[in-house]
Design a protein around this ligand. Structure first.
Ligand code: ACM
Length: 520
């Protein structure tokens, strides 16, 4: 289909012939619950248009060319994120049963307009042709996301906003914000100021890659850090909400917690003052399992819940070495007192306490698939990263799952086997085509449990992504491919056709100044 290159590919497109011309006079008609999305459309068109489009509740004249946005409750069969887009020479008409669907209709419209609409300066001439057509569209999955690690390398706020906008362009609806780690604690917690006074800063950063068996590391001698204030976080959450994106916060426990222990040594198992980690890998300093530590983390989660309306709260749970618990008389006594048979059960106890706490506050716990070890907490949702096995086990046991397996969704892996020509990465190999071919519903889930697969998301761990430009290089265009995995029905997916559409899509990313990796 000439000139039509929408990513992710819609469910149904029918070209009807002719064109609608968008001119500087084109106005937006919207009323009631459609008004917010209309304001968004005017806002995103403004830089290229050079002025803000007029929004009015009704067309001034019957034959005036307009973009008409309306909520139509009769369309509930499309689900709350579905929409109909109908374009004829007189008008662009987007209808949806709910504002989220209208928003996605607007994303499709943006991709039907020429790429210069994505630029940050006024276009030379504004007579933008849009093909006449009928589109019916809705997503395959309700969870379409990306995780960004801002701990290994702190990412400036402007980039967080840009990243959210890029997710929105791809009809993704979940921004998983990985906020705490061994190498940095990045969220202000009022009750425990040292988490950011101490925990947000490290002395220096490891240089080069962690090679198998390597014991000596080089460091750069440059202090690194940063954190987001609660006010900044509230603004990000509001901004994401206006783009129909849920912000899922992740507070890591009981592992990946060295920055917190450096801030408050009583949270660890040795009582020793340690420093915020300067190197990558799995760290042995993990939270102890004392009641005081559980209460500390519940206090943290209380502030997190005040900032993030997200139903889901992520508590990490991955890669927690048990050495310190094995060596700690206090942890061993705790295990015995609780009648637990091993350290896996102790971790499971710890996560259950968080599950009970979050559930009592009307929220739902999410954790990486290690939370299956030692028994899954009753309300837990599992994010399956070590392959698909954790997701299969959890779904078959009637738990919701989000599929995030390394072999399809880890965008920190190399994009080419010719690694000498690529910037240093953590390892692995995940080409664009493999991401595209992913099906988040694995073999092995019983047919009646498939409903537990909420969706999928990309992972951007930033050990080897020191700045936003580098994150963009690793994210795109693979995230464009993943958006289609998450949105488009299986029978509408076609890699060679995707690549053709992607070529046009990349000119949009050019206009948006995204530092994507060029196609081979
Ligand atoms: C992970 O990659 N440790 C979830």
């Amino acid at each position: 289909m000439k000139n039509i290159s929408i990513i992710p590919q819609p469910v149904k497109i029918e070209l009807t012939g002719g064109e609608f011309l968008f001119t500087p006079e084109t106005s937006i008609v919207a009323a009631g619950d459609a008004a917010g999305v209309a304001a968004y459309l005017a806002e995103v068109l403004q830089p290229a248009l050079g002025h803000k489009s007029v929004i009015s509740p009704a067309a001034a004249k019957p034959d005036q060319p307009v973009i008409h946005l309306s909520i139509d409750s009769e369309l509930s069969r499309l689900g709350k994120e579905g929409y109909l887009l109908s374009i004829n020479p007189q008008q662009v008409d987007i209808k949806a049963p709910a504002p989220a669907g209208l928003f996605y209709g607007v994303q499709t419209l943006r991709q039907l307009l020429p790429p210069e609409i994505f630029a940050d300066k006024p276009a030379e001439t504004i007579t933008w042709s849009v093909p006449c057509l009928e589109i019916e569209d809705y997503p395959r999955f309700g969870w379409r996301g990306a995780m960004l690690d801002v701990c290994r390398h702190f990412m400036p706020l402007e980039f967080i906003y840009k990243f959210i906008d890029l997710l929105a362009l791809h009809k993704m609806n979940s921004f998983h914000w990985h906020l705490t780690e061994d190498q940095g604690w990045r969220i202000e917690i009022k009750k425990y100021p040292k988490l950011t006074e101490v925990g947000a800063w490290r002395r220096e950063t490891m240089v080069g890659r962690l090679e198998w068996g390597q014991t000596e590391f080089k460091f750069d001698g440059i202090p690194h850090g940063g954190f987001y204030s609660q006010d900044q976080i509230r603004q990000v959450v509001d901004y994401a909400k206006s783009r129909f994106i849920n912000v899922l916060p992740e507070i890591e426990m009981p592992g990946h917690s060295q920055a917190a222990i450096a801030s408050y040594p009583e949270l660890g198992n040795t009582g020793k003052q340690i420093e915020v980690s300067c190197g990558w890998g799995i760290h042995e300093d993990v939270f102890n399992v004392e009641e005081s530590t559980i209460l500390f983390l519940q206090d943290v989660l209380t502030e997190v819940m005040e900032l993030f309306p997200s139903t889901f709260i992520h508590v990490g749970g991955d890669e927690c070495p048990k050495t310190h618990w094995k060596n700690s008389p206090a942890a061993q006594k705790r295990m015995k007192d609780l009648g637990l048979k091993d350290e896996d059960e102790l971790q499971s106890y710890f996560i259950r306490r968080m599950d009970t706490f979050l559930t009592a506050h009307g929220r739902r716990l999410v954790g990486w698939d290690e939370i299956l070890e030692g028994g899954l907490a009753p309300g837990a949702t599992v994010m399956s990263w070590r392959g698909e096995e954790g997701g299969i086990t959890a779904a078959n046991a009637d738990h919701d799952v989000v599929m995030a397996p390394t072999q399809y969704t880890y965008l920190d892996y190399y994009q080419s086997q010719d690694t000498d020509k690529e910037p240093l990465a953590i390892g692995g190999f995940l080409p664009l085509e493999r991401v595209y071919q992913y099906d988040p519903v694995p073999q092995g889930i019983q047919p009646d449990k498939v409903k537990h697969v909420l969706g999928t998301q990309a992972q951007l761990w930033t050990e080897y992504m020191p700045n936003p430009a580098h994150v963009e290089y690793m994210a795109f265009p693979r995230l464009s491919a993943l958006s289609e995995v998450a949105w488009t029905p299986l029978d509408r997916k076609d890699y060679s056709q995707f690549i053709q559409r992607l070529r046009a899509h990349l000119s949009r990313l050019d206009a948006l100044k995204v530092n994507y990796r060029k196609l081979d």
